[in-house]
Write a protein that binds this ligand. Structure first.
Ligand SMILES: [Zn+2]
Length: 348
């Protein structure tokens, strides 16, 4: 705490100082980096409730033909929403007080022929700083059914992210039940309308259930159950996008967590500002980032089955899906339990 304060002051002095002081500024930034220490207790016993077996069961349900490709506003998406709601009810994880798990989005909010739809939201209240919120998000809609009757089951896109949130929620709920609940609140946010144009996340950030200024960060998950061509020989990886754009502290915490618990190759290829894919702007986290809320986007990259009816459950790598979900859980746990909420780069 004290060290951060001192560095803040010195950075301010350096910022108004002359050019030759830039090196010192960089040194101070390095000092800040080395000063990052993980503060939360080790939650491995809760992380271990996230299992391959449970993923297999959840994803087989969620990415089945019964869900009709989960197209926004259509009957399959409603079935998927009901599935998510009943999962939280069964675990006694409540919704935010103002809604009954569904945040309804009127037809008028969408363009064209898209029908009204809903985000699905669950909430675990923090024990010490309940007003401060860690958002864990993933879209649950997908592409529906094609003209030949082929169903886009979207096991990876985004059955993987959706079921990842479900298992992370279960781990947090177990901790809370045992008297070790997170200090900050956790919002589990399942967005609709992503494939049609990031509608669900835009609606939420324009109509937030909790003030955006109290929203500490968004950890967004979109496709984490597969391996892309680039990593076929070294699959122990995950692409990390956006973590350092608004908060170096967030970036460093994610790295420290990975060093301690999961030991992935964190691939920052798509985080480069010059990257032509522009993934930073292409999933729901961007609606938080544009409101100055730090984000991390967790992603496995694209593959041959991306947006095809062959994105099926039997191609999911459950070992990786489980381990990547643990990384997100551990990071969320640290963010929720640190003494101070993470700082924006602009704040120091
Ligand atoms: Zn997606």
């Amino acid at each position: 705490m004290k060290k951060i304060f001192l560095i803040k002051i010195s950075l301010i002095i350096l910022l108004v100082g002359c050019k030759t002081l830039n090196t010192d500024s960089e040194n101070n930034a390095k000092e800040f980096i080395s000063a990052i220490k993980l503060e939360a207790s080790d939650p491995t016993s809760y992380a271990n409730t996230i299992t391959e077996k449970e993923f297999e069961k959840l994803l087989t349900d969620f990415a089945s033909d019964d869900m009709e490709g989960r197209e926004t506003g259509e009957s399959g998406q409603k079935k998927a929403a009901a599935y998510l709601k009943s999962y939280y009810q069964n675990l006694n994880i409540p919704s935010p007080a103002t809604i009954d798990y569904f945040q309804y989005i009127p037809k008028e909010f969408f363009n064209g022929s898209i029908k009204k739809s809903e985000n699905v939201i669950a909430f675990l209240e923090g024990t010490e700083y309940p007003d401060e919120l860690i958002v864990i998000s993933a879209h649950y809609d997908h592409l529906g059914i094609n003209a030949n009757g082929g169903i886009y089951n979207g096991a990876d896109d985004n059955g993987s992210g959706t079921t990842s949130i479900l298992q992370i929620a279960e781990a947090f709920a177990k901790a809370k039940k045992e008297g070790a609940g997170p200090k900050r609140s956790i919002l589990f946010l399942h967005f609709t309308g992503e494939e049609k144009g990031l509608y669900g996340s835009r609606y939420y950030t324009e109509n937030p259930l909790f003030p955006l200024k109290n929203t500490v960060c968004d950890l967004n998950i979109d496709m984490i159950g597969r391996i892309d061509d680039e990593h076929s020989n070294a699959p122990n990886y995950i692409y990390i996008i956006g973590s350092d754009r608004l908060s170096n502290e967030l970036h460093l915490i994610n790295e420290a967590i990975n060093n301690k618990y999961t030991l992935f190759n964190l691939d920052y290829k798509y985080n480069k500002k010059s990257d032509p894919n522009r993934f930073y702007y292409r999933s729901d986290h961007y609606n938080f980032a544009k409101n100055d809320i730090p984000i991390i986007f967790y992603f496995n990259g694209v593959h041959d089955d991306y947006h095809k009816i062959t994105d099926e459950v039997d191609k999911i790598n459950y070992d990786l899906l489980t381990k990547r979900s643990k990384l997100i859980f551990y990071t969320a746990w640290e963010l929720a339990n640190r003494k101070n909420r993470i700082l924006l780069n602009a704040d120091y």
